[in-house]
Design a protein around this ligand. Structure first.
Ligand SMILES: C[S@@+](CC[C@H](N)C(=O)[O-])C[C@H]1O[C@@H](n2cnc3c(N)ncnc32)[C@H](O)[C@@H]1O
Length: 192
């Protein structure tokens, strides 16, 4: 699978390629009738998948449990859950047609480590969580305010950001900015 070459340095599970291709096919089909994602072509879906997975190349550790706030059609939560089957991935997506798709992916691909919640993050029953992921939902401060009840002393946030990442991070003291293929990722620590 040439399009996955940028991830060659990472040991992906044996079933990763077949599952990621199945996810991509499901999304392309479902998107035609339900319009849940701007990614309408194979190339665009693959770009979103790669973007979701680039943090595998720089994150030193992954915890047992992660939440993805505003998962939409599953980015970054589904690709990360496929790459990291030992990590529990909780996908929060309040729009019914999008969360129905996430349920479909979970059942079709047999993803035992994925939990889908059709809820806004601030309206759900919180639980302590060591990793908060989010891509293209809202700015860092607003997002961490919404997710406040999930944050414990060891929680980190892995945020998928555009060019304005630096402006958003004013006031945060402990963060690292990563760049890959013109994309930016921010790992924020000490959230309390
Ligand atoms: C622009 S989409 C991004 C979807 C996906 N993360 C991606 O990168 O393709 C933003 C998503 O965040 C969801 N969302 C917005 N506010 C939310 C909240 N408070 N809690 C959970 N999800 C939220 C929306 O329903 C929407 O599907």
């Amino acid at each position: 699978m040439e399009w996955l070459d940028p991830l060659n340095a990472y040991p992906l599970p044996a079933d990763f390629v077949s599952k990621v291709e199945a996810y991509s096919a499901l999304l392309l089909t479902y998107n035609k009738t339900h319009n849940i994602s701007g990614a309408k072509t194979t190339h665009a879906v693959r770009e979103n998948i790669l973007d979701s997975l680039y943090p595998l190349l720089f994150m030193e550790t992954w915890p047992k449990r992660c939440i993805d706030i505003g998962s939409g059609a599953g980015f970054p939560g589904i690709p990360l859950a496929l790459a990291l089957p030992a990590m529990e991935m909780h996908l929060f997506e309040p729009i019914a047609k999008k969360s129905a798709f996430l349920h479909l992916v979970k059942s079709e691909l047999g993803l035992a480590n994925v939990v889908v919640k059709t809820e806004r993050i601030e309206a759900t029953q919180p639980f302590p969580c060591e990793l908060i992921c989010s891509r293209a939902v809202t700015n860092t401060k607003a997002l961490l305010t919404l997710a406040k009840a999930f944050i414990i002393p060891t929680t980190c946030a892995l945020l998928y950001k555009g060019s304005r990442a630096n402006e958003e991070l004013e006031g945060f003291s402990n963060y690292t900015l990563f760049e890959r293929n013109q994309r930016r990722y921010v790992l924020v620590k000490d959230l309390l």
